[in-house]
Design a protein. Structure first.
Length: 465
């Protein structure tokens, strides 16, 4: 809360700097009767950026480094015997974090007073250092904000190229944001790759990619039953393909046909009502879809199957896939509707002028011209289906069955990733590292889908542009 208050103060100072900078530029014009190179708003933005930018950057750096510095200062003041195990060896990272959490909780008053006087002293020291750090941070950040505003304010004159400076700063900010996105992607890829390499050092790649048994439970003792897990991911891949295929079989026809109807056939009043209602489906939480699948759809399918002599599991891929397809319909319909509407009317009129009917125009002109956008919408829907977890957990279960029968319970890659990483885990165990290997496979599949979609988009753009 204190940091948030400081951020708000800096933003208020930036707004004040904007007002003063803009007012000063207007006074320059009125006093000298000269024409400004840049509009007064750019002068105000220049002052505001110099007031708020460096101060907020310093605040972010300070807040990111403060926990580490306080940790070393507090732990460094503790007696040596508290930082060692009974055998005299240093405490591990996990035990040091637990000790630091005790100190933090004691400082915050979240736990009862402990009998350990060293922890109480460390908590008092931690609280004192926190208060000193905040006071110093507030003084330095606010001083930098005022100094930045004063520095920018002295440059305001008629010939000052404020617009160029502001646009350069904004361009630099956008480049920094794009670099953050790129570096985040690279970091995700490298983390998946490195952790997957650790997993494949224990489990062969062929066993993982082509194994038919998935049982990642690792025993805690060597003599425990089931001490060696099975990491064959084929049941997970097959379950993912099965549920995603059912979902796409529902979402693509329904979404595409509804988009064609809304874009080409529906009157304006009908479109104004139907499209928002259809897009409401995208705003429903997935847990609600999961409840609907588990409590309504799955029992209905089971009862229907029993009435015709079929053995339908209470948790089935069919129920999860159909409900997931209903959830994905807005992704396909909305994007397809937008790209179909964006097709130039000249193409429609040319087709009508050659004697084509409305349905022939849609099939042979509009759909091919809008195909790149439709492919993009379908790709987004596929990615959404592959990444869905909650519906699968509630409607299809957690059983890694090797089956292509949609009436049986199966599981997916994302569900197993969540299952493997829930709770306290040791990241030296193949059980936990298997989640990163599964994530790497998902990344490769998504990359392949993007390559295929890009190929289709380029091919048809060359044909119709």
């Amino acid at each position: 809360m204190q940091s948030l208050a400081l951020i708000l103060v800096v933003l208020v100072l930036a707004v004040v700097g904007f007002r003063f900078g803009r007012g000063q530029s207007i006074k320059v014009v009125e006093g000298n009767a000269r024409r400004l190179h840049s509009l007064p708003g750019y002068h105000g933005l220049y002052v505001a950026l110099w007031c708020g930018g460096p101060a907020l950057i310093l605040l972010a750096v300070w807040l990111s480094l403060e926990p580490t510095i306080l940790k070393h200062l507090v732990l460094g003041a503790l007696p040596t015997e508290m930082l060692q195990k009974p055998d005299g060896s240093p405490l591990g990272v996990a035990r040091l974090e637990l000790l630091l959490n005790d100190i933090r909780n004691t400082a915050a008053g979240n736990v009862a007073s402990t009998a350990n006087a060293y922890i109480q002293d460390a908590a008092a020291r931690y609280q004192s250092l926190q208060q000193t750090s905040y006071a110093a941070m507030a003084v330095v950040v606010l001083s930098l904000a005022v100094a930045g505003a004063a520095w920018a304010f002295r440059f305001i004159h008629a010939d000052f190229r404020a617009r160029n400076r502001v646009e350069m700063i904004i361009r630099g900010f956008m480049i920094a944001c794009s670099m953050v996105a790129i570096l985040t992607t690279v970091g995700i890829i490298l983390s998946l790759l490195f952790e997957s390499m650790r997993f494949f050092a224990v489990v062969p790649v062929t066993d993982f990619l082509f194994g038919l048994d998935w049982s990642p439970q690792m025993a805690l003792r060597a003599d425990q039953v089931g001490s060696s897990g099975a990491f064959g991911a084929v049941p997970l891949f097959l379950g993912t393909l099965l549920i995603s295929g059912i979902a796409m079989a529902v979402a693509v026809p329904v979404g595409l046909l509804s988009a064609i109807y809304m874009a080409e056939y529906a009157p304006r009043k009908v479109r104004a009502v139907v499209k928002p209602l259809l897009e409401i489906l995208a705003g429903i939480p997935t847990v609600v879809y999961g409840f609907f699948a588990a409590l309504t759809v799955a029992p209905a399918f089971r009862g229907l199957g029993e009435s015709i002599g079929l053995d339908v599991s209470s948790e089935s891929a069919l129920a999860a896939g159909i409900v997931m397809g209903i959830m994905i319909v807005p992704f396909v319909s909305s994007l397809s509707d937008d790209v179909i509407t964006a097709v130039p009317n000249s193409m429609r009129e040319g087709s009508y002028g050659l004697g084509a009917t409305k349905s022939e125009t849609i099939k042979r002109v509009i759909i091919p011209a809008a195909l790149p956008g439709i492919v993009g919408g379908v790709l987004l829907a596929v990615s959404r289906a592959i990444g869905e977890t909650m519906i699968v957990v509630m409607a299809a279960g957690l059983s890694a069955n090797l089956s292509v029968n949609p009436l049986e319970a199966v599981t997916t890659v994302t569900v197993q990733i969540v299952t493997l990483l829930v709770g306290d885990q040791e990241f030296d165990s193949p059980k936990t590292l298997a989640a990163f290997a599964l994530g790497l496979v998902l990344f490769m599949v998504t990359l392949a889908l993007n390559v295929v979609a890009l190929h289709v988009v380029r091919k048809y753009r060359e044909q119709y542009e």
